[in-house]
Design a protein around this ligand. Sequence first.
Ligand code: SF4
Length: 462
Amino acid sequence: MNPQPIDRYAETLARETRDSVSASAAITTEKRVDILARDFPDPDGLRRLAGQIKQHTLEHLDDYLAKAVRALRDNGVVVHFAADAEEARKLILGLLSERGVRRVVKSKSMATEEIHLNDHLAAHGIDCVETDLGEFIVQIDGDTPSHIVRPIIHKNRREIARSFEAHGLGDYDDDPETITRRARIHLRSKYMESDAGITGGNFISAESGRVVLVTNEGNARFSMAPNRLHLALIGIEKIVPRDRDLAVFLNLLARSATAQQLTVYTQFINGPRASTQPSGPEEMHVVLLDNGRSRVLATDCREILRCIRCGACQNVCPVYRQASGHAYRAVYGGPVGAVLSPLLAGERFSDLADLPKASTLCGACREVCPVDIPIPDLLLRLRARAKEEGVRTPASIPMAPFATLATSPALWRTAMTASRAMNHLPTAALPVKPLREWLKLRTLPEWRGGEFRKWMKKRKQS
Ligand code: SF4
């Protein structure tokens, strides 16, 4: 994971990478606006409704969790709870090991990224192959996803073609269709050789216990079909109260994430394979992951748990477009990550407390969020928390002297008047080299520190 603060990371980002991220994010943002305006008379009303449903669910999460667990069990699903990443990893490894599983196929899941499941399984001799094309490319490159929906937004097809060549998946060919066909052939054999399928879950209906999974490649279906065992790792916030609520979320998710009317494969999983079904897992386990979510629920930033992981806030964010997802030093990048990552970090909050400062507070993330999360407000709350806890971030270092000046009127007045001395300073005597260079070609207006106060005082007297 990149260890640098966002601004420094962004400075070192290759032009090609920045262009890939920026162009792709901009196109999706435009298409999202078009499709929502075309398909719904009041898209904002729909966003507000989705936000209210999610907020209601969060406020009664204990009830809906209990209801969802009952419904899942009635459907024949074995339900487990994992308090944190370590417990989730141990639980999943245990389930796989007990059944002698050595090869796993996995569909895209941010929850599994969050607990670093692949590395853990690999360390215990279990081969876990990513089957989403983007995630597969990330995996063979030893990289990490840089976008919630488009894990390889930071790569272009030439880089992917080079990577395929290096990993024995054919000679260099950057034709996207060829790349896709090669991945498809490679992955087909992996599905057939696998012993278990692991997925995430986009939603769970508390009413029916249905687990809803959306993919555009059908890889989640393939991961389940040939296997006896299906494991789904799902965050506890993914619950919705009723089946009918899914209509609201599925309509918004597809349009917000990829500007589609509906994600190509939308699966409603009712439990393990029924006796009348020709294929599918005989065993289904759902692991409900907390990993800091209950703690977030107890904060004044709980609205972030409404998130349905569409990535629209990442696409629209001017900071994300320049810096890319890797700049955020955590699994979740962009505005959602700037809020969620420090909160999920718990005691390590201070390590990521600079993320909420990586925002212009332009409000675009709130405008696009399909569940109406007030992201700018949450960023401000987290900035305030960092201040209260005395966390010094790289961004606070240049601000600290300014804060001392700006909060002491006497000091401010003295500084304003004293700084007039700068008018008599020869450029060559300036201590900062870039400033010296800059001033060789420019003439600054005369510094008139303190004049405004005098003018204001006079104005009040007249
Ligand atoms: S915060 Fe909103 S816009 Fe961002 S990923 Fe989550 S649901 Fe999408």
